[in-house]
Ligand binder design. Structure first.
Ligand code: HXC
Ligand code: NAP
Length: 263
């Protein structure tokens, strides 16, 4: 029997990139998958990619900033499949912008998607979680702990995501709910890295700062998510787990580093 056979997983931000990779990993391990993101077209295509691989999956359109809309998608998932075993909160928005050029609404937009969105997804899932046994996984980033040039919005948002993870692990642990975050490093072929290192030169410069000298793959992250969702991780909660080739060991960029070009 596969290790997540019969489990129900809900993946917010699951229409592309790392989160869709996680959805495929959970599905290969036997889980049924509910996907949510804003774009109805993207989410339908993502659900189809899972179905074409023979998995049980469906997609719903909702914005993680809208608590009532997210509540409806969790209700729909539980209606279809009963209790939810695994919740992944990975919806995020990011762009490169220096603080001096970032509007208050630009800052708020990223806080709302990443941080408020993670609270909304986890909080709205609470009534539908299998207790004991449910597993929540937030998607953070190394910049939660490392100040980064032109990323004040994402640094602040992901720092908050880490605290949401730890506070919920504390409050919901006694009910048998584990809450952890994965902190990916630069991952190949993702929207995040297309935005942060848009040219071959910036990509190469960043790779030279990574101890393992390469980007990770979506499957590297998916494997960690599957592990966290299984009983092999039964004693892990409140942890922020890097999967980053050692990126967290490198310091912040100096302001005159070419990688930190002002925008
Ligand atoms: C400065 C910007 C901006 C930019 C938008 N804004 N793009 N400011 N530089 N490049 C400002 C706008 O001017 C506006 O402020 C405010 O942000 C809201 O913009 P909207 O376009 O109305 O927002 P919305 O439609 O909600 O779209 C959200 C978004 C968009 C984040 C701006 O890019 C998006 O939908 N992104 C989702 C996909 C994504 O980003 N994926 C990468 C995740 S990677 P004003 O003041 O003008 O009203 C990631 C990596 C983490 O998270 C770390 C990796 C190492
Ligand atoms: P991505 O493909 O753009 O994934 C973001 C997802 O979130 C998309 O499915 C998007 O779909 C959805 N989304 C965005 N705003 C939303 C909203 N308001 N409500 C609901 N869904 C929303 O980017 P990615 O690079 O794979 O990043 C995935 C996650 O990994 C993010 O949490 C990111 O911060 C994290 N991360 C990425 C890297 C990297 O190397 N790429 C590194 C560290 C951390 P719609 O447009 O359809 O809404």
């Amino acid at each position: 029997m596969r290790e997540l056979q019969g489990k129900i997983a809900f993946v917010a931000g699951g229409s592309s990139g790392i989160n869709l990779g996680i959805a495929h990993g959970l599905a290969r391990a036997g889980a049924k998958i509910a996907l949510v993101s804003r774009s109805a077209d993207k989410i339908a295509a993502a659900a189809e990619s899972l179905q074409q691989d023979g998995h049980d999956a469906f997609g719903m359109s909702a914005d993680v900033r809208d608590f009532a809309a997210i509540e409806r998608t969790l209700h729909e998932t539980a209606d279809r499949w009963e209790s939810i075993d695994i919740v992944v909160s990975g919806a995020a928005g990011n762009f490169v912008a220096s603080a001096a050029r970032l509007s208050a609404n630009g800052f708020k937009t990223v806080i709302d998607i990443d941080l408020l969105g993670t609270f909304n997804v986890f909080r709205a899932s609470y009534p539908y979680l299998r207790k004991p046994g449910a597993v929540l996984i937030a998607i953070s980033a190394g910049l939660a702990e490392r100040p980064s040039m032109n990323q004040i919005h994402a640094c602040a948002a992901k720092a908050g995501v880490n605290m949401v993870t730890k506070c919920l692990a504390l409050e919901w642990g006694p009910e048998g709910v584990r809450v952890n975050a994965i902190s990916p490093g630069p991952i190949d072929d993702t929207e995040g890295m297309r935005r942060l290192t848009p040219t071959p030169e910036t990509e190469e410069a960043l790779k030279r700062r990574i101890p393992l000298r390469d980007y990770g793959s979506k499957d590297d992250i998916a494997q960690l998510a599957v592990f966290l969702a299984t009983d092999k991780a039964r004693y892990i909660t409140g942890a922020i787990i890097p999967c980053d080739g050692g990126s967290a060991l490198a310091g912040s960029l100096a302001s005159d580093d070419p990688l930190a070009a002002q925008v």
